[in-house]
Design a protein around this ligand. Sequence first.
Ligand SMILES: NC(=O)c1ccc[n+]([C@@H]2O[C@H](COP(=O)([O-])OP(=O)(O)OC[C@H]3O[C@@H](n4cnc5c(N)ncnc54)[C@H](OP(=O)(O)O)[C@@H]3O)[C@@H](O)[C@H]2O)c1
Length: 182
Amino acid sequence: MAVEQMVIGGVVAMTRDGTMGREGALPWRIPSDLLRFKRITSGEPGEEHAVIMGRETWMSLPSRFRPLPGRSNLVLSRTPDFVLPGAEVHSSLESALSSCQQQSITHAWVIGGREVYASAFDHLQILHVTWVEAEVDGDIRFPEFTLSEWEIVEEESIMVQGDDHPTTYVLFKRRGESPVWA
Ligand SMILES: NC(=O)c1ccc[n+]([C@@H]2O[C@H](COP(=O)([O-])OP(=O)(O)OC[C@H]3O[C@@H](n4cnc5c(N)ncnc54)[C@H](OP(=O)(O)O)[C@@H]3O)[C@@H](O)[C@H]2O)c1
């Protein structure tokens, strides 16, 4: 049975200038944000969550966390017949979203990288951003977007022992969208 209104959201951690990756990995160690990521993308009992990511992001996950447990893992790749144990491989975002609908997924989370965020951006109803409050070198940036098209629903400053940098967590919703995630 298809879900009538599947939430499609994005989750990203980036610096204020959009830096989010370096040499195929995260350019920081922020355990509190990894916990938040897990909480957001796993959801509550009774919900069915999926994560949609590019092939490079899949490869960047430590092998013991692949597939991300408790969530349907969908990986985008244009390589025909690519097989990844524990994940569905799709050659387009549309195909991945359609598979989520067919599986009765309630929440589909777009988790990167750059090209996947760019392809999915217009579909996103909500966006969880962790702003990393530091200047960090990197080679991958989040696509530019217009902040004024989004409104802040929640904002929290975080400085936890063990994190490389302080962060500010913000939940955005697209202006004009009703809060379907509640
Ligand atoms: N800070 C964060 O929140 C965050 C989140 C995610 C990733 N990252 C970082 O970002 C980097 C990885 O991201 P990336 O941008 O390099 O790569 P990526 O988007 O994860 O993967 C790129 C690959 O995905 C496939 N792909 C992407 N869009 C597609 C589409 N629309 N249709 C079909 N296939 C598609 C292609 O695979 P094929 O080449 O197989 O065709 C493409 O080469 C790493 O450094 C990672 O740590 C950071």
